[in-house]
Design a protein around this ligand. Structure first.
Ligand SMILES: Cc1ncc(COP(=O)(O)O)c(C=O)c1O
Ligand SMILES: [Zn+2]
Length: 442
């Protein structure tokens, strides 16, 4: 189907309401509104929104991927779908954290874990975006694409675009994990390891896009990424029958909260969700520019223009390169979403990430990568700060599994005893480790 026949969806500029017909136009305008130059558009569908109710509450449906919501995703023809069954993942109940909240803080809450580590593509939160990006690019006959990424996006795009027969050039900062580089390269996609931080990688990627006329992934408000991730909200509703009132996520650029708000906007006239969740967004302590800006604004009672006041860190040295966005250009958008939701932007001490991952693996067998540990750390800190209230139903986004970070995985070792003979062995009770693992949190 050619895009000239597209009447399924169009884009509306968030700033000036100018309408853009389809991806062909959007790409030809450099992924910006041709009238005002802003790059944040809403995707609007011609489908009756009542269809959402059918999709969300049809209990008999076999739901295999986020393409269950095809009617509300910006693709015209199902034949262009590139999927590995992503976006339909388990939601676990983490009662060990509920018990902790009750015992330590006398807070009754429900804690869910959204298991993005179980995504079939590359085992991260970014597979959802990748399935949509690869499918849209295929539909629009794009043969070459470029992206600047701290890691997980690069990896997910590398795989899905390879499946679509699309060549990808990836620009990663010099601190990106070797494992990420290896995975991107293994799919036969080009890696450029940039001598500099993520901001520099973005800059060179933009220059590359211009010089070689290659379409460049446009960042956190990219309609492809936002529309893919909005599915989270519908999935919570479909699987739990409700939307949690608190959402905790590790924060880099903030596509997650932007997308959840968009999902809420899509269905708000149906009355099936009362409000969007309260966002608790968590940055790693050594690269937390949004947290710094937010805490300052809060301490000063949010003075006029506070959303524009944020620091920029050059070459941030974080243990979590995936989240090392030193120039938080989306802060004005994210901070407003957080404020409107009654939420918080906090930080998690990077020194605790191993403790957090060990504890979670011990209690649940879920093995998280460092970016996911940042989110769980945010749960512990928000309990301590009084940001979790009685009756809260909390969704923690477990954004990646441990396979993302082999060096981090190695630090998970703690039960090894080196031996010379059987005489060095003893009977074993795994419960003997429990107190030690919980100690850092009590
Ligand atoms: C595992 C994981 N969690 C969270 C994030 C942050 O996503 P965003 O801030 O774009 O919503 C990332 C981004 O790279 C990630 O890889
Ligand atoms: Zn505009």
């Amino acid at each position: 189907m050619s895009n000239s026949t597209n009447n399924k969806f169009h884009f509306v500029c968030r700033n000036c309401k100018h309408e853009i017909k389809d991806f062909k136009e959007w790409f030809s305008y450099g992924q910006k509104c041709p009238k005002c130059g802003k790059n944040w558009v809403d995707t609007v569908y011609s489908q009756d929104i009542n269809k959402y109710e059918e999709l969300i509450f049809d209990n008999g449906a076999e739901v295999k991927s986020l393409w269950h919501y095809f009617d509300f995703l910006p693709l015209n023809d199902k034949k262009n779908i590139i999927t590995n069954g992503e976006g339909v993942i388990d939601i676990d109940r983490w009662s060990f954290l509920e018990k902790f909240a009750k015992e330590q803080y006398n807070i009754d809450c429900t804690v869910y874990a959204y298991r993005n580590d179980d995504n079939y593509g590359t085992g991260t939160f970014k597979d959802a975006a990748a399935t949509l990006v690869a499918s849209v690019l295929k539909e629009n006959n794009i043969k070459e694409y470029a992206v600047a990424s701290t890691g997980n996006v690069a990896n997910a795009f590398a795989r899905y675009l390879a499946e679509a027969g699309i060549s990808l050039s990836v620009f990663i900062p010099n601190d990106a994990l070797k494992a990420n580089e290896a995975e991107v390269s293994s799919y036969g996609q080009r890696v450029y390891r940039v001598d500099g931080d993520y901001a520099k990688a973005k800059k060179i990627a933009a220059e590359f896009s211009k010089k070689y006329n290659v379409l460049l992934s446009s960042g956190n408000t990219d309609p492809m990424r936002v529309e893919a991730k909005k599915v989270m909200l519908f999935e919570w509703l479909r699987m739990l029958g409700e939307v949690p009132n608190v959402y905790i996520q590790a924060l880099s650029g903030g596509t997650g909260p932007i997308a959840i708000n968009k999902a809420f906007d899509d269905v708000k006239d149906l009355g099936i969700i009362k409000q969007s969740p309260r966002y608790i967004l968590v940055q790693p302590s050594r690269c937390a520019p949004m947290t710094e800006a937010w805490q300052k604004a809060k301490a000063n009672n949010f003075p006029e223009g506070w959303e524009q006041d944020y620091p920029i860190y050059d070459n941030p040295k974080s243990k979590v390169p995936t989240l090392a966005t030193g120039n938080p250009a989306t802060y004005p958008i994210i901070s407003k979403i957080v404020k409107d939701s009654g939420g918080e932007i906090i930080e998690c001490d990077e020194e605790k990430l191993i403790d957090i991952s060990r504890l979670v693996a011990y209690e649940t067998t879920v093995r998280m990568g460092p970016a996911a540990a940042v989110a769980v750390g945010g749960f512990f800190d928000s309990l301590k700060n009084g940001d979790i209230k009685n009756g809260d139903r909390i969704m923690i986004n477990i954004g990646e599994g441990v396979r993302r970070a082999p060096d981090f995985m190695k630090e998970m070792i703690y039960t090894t005893k080196n031996i010379k003979s059987v005489d060095d062995c003893e009977n074993y009770d795994r419960a003997s480790y429990r107190d030690q693992l919980w100690k850092p949190f009590k």
